[in-house]
Design a protein around this ligand. Structure first.
Ligand SMILES: Cc1cc2nc3c(=O)[nH]c(=O)nc-3n(C[C@H](O)[C@H](O)[C@H](O)COP(=O)(O)O)c2cc1C
Ligand code: SF4
Ligand code: SF4
Length: 264
């Protein structure tokens, strides 16, 4: 049985989820949502099972994922599932995804899961580190195996009830999405920048150019924070607090993965 998993990631949590589930499912292909962003029209996967794996942003979906799902045709797909990774609160994003799938295909997700991992939004908080980080990642790995088992059995898993998450989404998400592509005006590269170009290479949506040996953000940002977390000298800041906070990448994530996500 063929499976295609469409994924989006900034710091590797969702890619780790997608890779682990793919490995458990046998014949499975990973397709980057970012690599499809330059295309137009309906996307017909041609697979028996289709999965969508991505992070939760502001209690909802990343903009690029919401746009992608509105092009995803599932008429030839037997089973459709979603796995969202998050820092703590975000089940409402699964309900949003389910609504978008239904609006476009007149069917619901067959199975919908969230997995708590390391939160990566450094402008708001310090990412978990040390033993806490290790435990979150180890628990997530176990959860991926359980989720893959449920998918393999074809279980129907409805999204959990999301009272708090839905409440928070209602008051913040629309504004978040309206401003998302310009959110990069808050990024700066401070004096530590060595002009190495890593931030340019890892941006999933090619939103950064080097101009006179400094990164310049081009205002079609997804706010995935990959540039900030990958900078080898922690020169990228977003607001006044990120200079003193740590950085985070899933331990399995490397620059080659980020280039592959860009279709390179
Ligand atoms: C812009 C932004 C908004 C986020 N909003 C939420 C949120 O509302 N709830 C939550 O639990 N985590 C939130 N997070 C944390 C991510 O969902 C979490 O770290 C996720 O696993 C990152 O996945 P990735 O490593 O695949 O990019 C947010 C992260 C970013 C960058
Ligand atoms: S990754 Fe950091 S050091 Fe390298 S160019 Fe970007 S901001 Fe400068
Ligand atoms: S500019 Fe940075 S935050 Fe924005 S999409 Fe690119 S890597 Fe992500």
């Amino acid at each position: 049985m063929k499976t295609i998993i469409y994924y989006f990631t900034g710091t590797g949590n969702s890619l780790a989820a997608a890779k682990s589930i793919c490995m458990h499912l046998g014949e499975c292909e990973l397709v980057s949502i970012a690599s499809l962003a330059g295309t137009s029209g309906e996307i017909q996967p041609g697979a028996d099972r289709v999965g969508i794996v991505c992070p939760v942003y502001d209690f909802g979906l990343p903009s690029i994922v919401a746009e992608f799902v509105q092009r995803l045709g599932l008429s030839q797909t037997g089973y459709c599932f979603a796995v969202l990774t998050m820092g703590g609160i975000g089940v409402s994003a699964l309900h949003q995804l389910d609504r978008l799938v239904f609006a476009h295909n007149n069917r619901h997700l067959d199975a919908a899961f969230v997995v708590r991992m390391v939160g990566n939004f450094v402008p708001l908080y310090e990412p978990a580190k040390g033993a806490k980080r290790e435990k979150l990642l180890a628990d997530a790995d176990k959860r991926f195996t359980e989720i893959a088992g449920s998918i393999d059995k074809g279980l129907i898993v409805r999204p959990d009830i999301a009272l708090l998450s839905a409440f928070l989404k209602r008051f913040t998400y629309d504004r978040f999405i309206r401003q998302i592509h310009d959110a990069d005006k808050n990024f700066i590269a401070d004096g530590k920048c060595t002009a190495c170009g890593t931030c340019v290479a890892v941006c999933p949506v090619k939103n950064i150019d080097m101009v006179e040996e400094k990164p310049v953000w081009k205002h079609h940002c997804e706010l995935c924070c990959a540039c900030l977390h990958f900078c080898p000298v922690e020169a990228i800041q977003y607001g006044p607090k990120t200079a003193k906070r740590g950085r985070y990448r899933h331990p399995a994530l490397n620059i080659a993965d980020m280039k592959a996500q860009r279709g390179e």
